[in-house]
Design a protein around this ligand. Structure first.
Ligand SMILES: *Cc1c(COP(=O)(O)O)cnc(C)c1O
Length: 378
């Protein structure tokens, strides 16, 4: 059996090796390494895939969030509401721009930002909400967009983990995640659902003026060469990465289907194990399973991880420490115990290997090992 990885990028590459090798070689031989035709073509192909007017490629998913907030013209002291149960990038850029991160708790089933908690956190200084579509499933965008309309707030969807997911509104209309709010952002970090072979990111919007502004921001605040109308950053997607992403984008839906098949295998195997809660499915969003994350109850999670490691099975805790408990983001507004659901999730969640190349024999070994541990330890 092939060794089990959390994400098996080599196995995925082997299926498309000739395409990727040729694409990389073409860029190397073209000498158009920055903002070349590959970047433009990828931008257009992603716009078509998402059904969004503007895709602005940039250097990574963290930059994408920062550029979104700069593009919106948020000012120091403006409050931005986001979930405390997420990857740090979301809060990091808020703090970096001297905006005020306002953290809120999540839904215990979907792990996504709790709209009621968002409502309660709104003050006259609130300017934006940043829902994170955690682990591959959309937050409750119907409720969040309604709150945003009522209070005239911007919505920046952190779509780094859910590219390709579909959201269905109550009226039956459908949108890709990342194209619902004012702005959507994503990351092409290698382990993301659409990953390149280095760093990459992108910003999405349907707002023409905002797109113009963010195109200036990514390019040193410049519209006309060497005329800098505003303060910007330098954030670009390399041509080689764009060429790799062009090879992979046509497979993105197939990749999501492979992840869903692995998730279905896990779900079935764990359905009758009372110590495990399998991932909840939102009724309005498809799931692209960036992670397959269990909730454990009444078992020693680190002993389970050690047991799995001995059998050659990796597992991870996303995330062991919530943002409000991190040294850099601790704040007297959020004492320990403030976000009960998130704090319990940090103690109980466990993510199992999840990628596009998981084989049945691997999945069987993983599920049998988890169940053996539980049977031996209850
Ligand atoms: C990965 C990730 C990011 C950051 O992306 P980078 O490309 O690594 O900067 C931001 N938000 C979330 C939720 C992520 O998972």
């Amino acid at each position: 059996m092939r060794s089990i990885q959390m994400v098996d990028l080599i196995a995925q590459y082997e299926h498309i090796q000739s395409q990727i090798d040729q694409a990389v070689l073409n860029v190397v031989r073209s000498s158009q390494y920055i903002n070349g035709p590959e970047v433009k073509a990828f931008r257009q192909e992603l716009e078509t895939y998402l059904g969004v007017k503007h895709v602005i490629p940039c250097a990574n998913g963290t930059d994408a969030l920062q550029i979104a907030m700069m593009g919106l013209g948020l000012k120091p002291g403006d409050e931005v509401i986001t979930a405390t149960f997420t990857f740090v990038a979301t809060a990091e850029v808020i703090a970096l721009l001297r905006l005020k991160p306002v953290l809120v708790d999540v839904d215990p089933h979907t792990f996504n930002i709790d709209p009621d908690a968002v409502r309660k956190a709104i003050t006259p200084k609130t300017k934006a909400i940043v829902p994170v579509h955690l682990f591959g499933q959309a937050a409750d965008m119907e409720a969040i967009m309604e709150i945003a309309r009522t209070h005239q707030l911007h919505v920046i969807e952190d779509n780094a983990q859910a590219l390709g997911a579909n959201y269905t509104f109550k009226d039956g209309s459908e949108k890709k995640t990342g194209t619902i709010g004012t702005i959507g952002t994503t990351s092409f970090f290698p382990s993301k659902n659409l990953g390149c072979y280095g760093d990459g990111g992108a910003i999405f919007t349907n707002d023409d003026a905002l797109a113009d502004e963010m195109r200036m921001v990514v390019n040193h605040g410049m519209k006309k060469r060497y005329y800098h109308d505003r303060i910007g950053v330098n954030s670009r997607l390399d041509s080689i990465q764009a060429a790799i992403l062009r090879c992979k984008l046509p497979y993105l839906d197939q990749y999501a289907a492979a992840r869903n098949a692995a998730a279905a295998f896990y779900d079935a195997a764990f359905a009758d194990i009372p110590q495990l809660t399998t991932p909840a499915r939102s009724s309005s969003s498809t799931h692209v399973f960036h992670q397959y994350t269990l909730k454990t109850k009444g078992i020693d999670r680190s002993a389970l991880q050690a047991f799995l490691t001995k059998k050659g099975i990796p597992s991870m805790v996303y995330y062991p420490v919530a943002l409000h408990m991190q040294l850099a983001y601790k704040d007297s507004r959020y004492p320990e115990g403030n976000f009960a659901i998130t704090e319990e999730l940090c103690e109980s969640v466990l993510s199992l290997p999840m990628h596009t190349e998981l084989k049945e024999e691997q999945l069987s070994l993983i599920t049998e090992s988890v169940i053996t541990f539980i049977e031996q330890n209850i």
